[in-house]
Design a binder for this molecule. Structure first.
Ligand code: THU
Length: 162
């Protein structure tokens, strides 16, 4: 038996103002998208902005449903839109911002497991990392360089072929 360590580095910015202008612009788009979230059940709004390599930004936000599991997270709304409408354009990065109607969220929000799996699919498909920016309503912004970092030991298409 041997031990293997799985680790990754994450960048921590004190606020959105510390980001590069490209990242700042993408996070502002995520914040704008967040305001249009349909979240009457959780009161928790999430916005996602996907930057394509052609410079286009695709937006998404969480869409809830009276039958709770039928809703969808912001990240998947955005990335599925990108996959559906720009199937051959690579994705550079994704920014997400979340806020609650009931309190001020000052901690960066991290994507749920299903969104990590869904985003990883597109990283595998394009064979190029997608960077991820995470933020609450205000405060610190986290950045990681690849979706694979936040989903170690992932299941991907490589298992489906010999
Ligand atoms: N949600 C997202 O949109 N993205 C995440 O990464 C976490 C959770 C949504 C789903 C649901 O509409 C609400 O936030 C509360 O879970």
């Amino acid at each position: 038996m041997k031990k293997r360590t799985v680790s990754f580095k994450i960048l921590v910015y004190n606020s959105i103002e510390e980001l590069s202008s490209i990242d700042n612009n993408l996070m502002l788009a995520a914040i704008e998208a967040r305001e249009n979230a349909y979240a009457p059940y959780s009161d928790f709004k999430v916005g996602a902005a996907v930057l394509l390599e052609n410079g286009k930004i695709v937006l998404g936000n969480n869409q809830e449903n009276a039958a709770y599991p039928s809703g969808l997270c912001a990240e998947r709304v955005a990335i599925f839109y990108a996959g559906a409408n720009f199937p051959n354009v690579k994705i550079q990065s994704i920014a997400i911002s979340a806020s609650s109607i009931n309190y001020i969220l000052e901690t960066p929000v991290a994507p749920c497991g299903s969104c990590r799996q869904s985003m990883l699919e597109y990283e595998t498909k394009q064979n190029q990392p997608i960077s991820l920016l995470m933020m609450g309503k205000k405060g610190e912004v986290l950045k990681c360089n690849s979706i694979s970092e936040i989903l170690p030991l992932a299941f991907d298409s490589s298992y489906l072929t010999s």
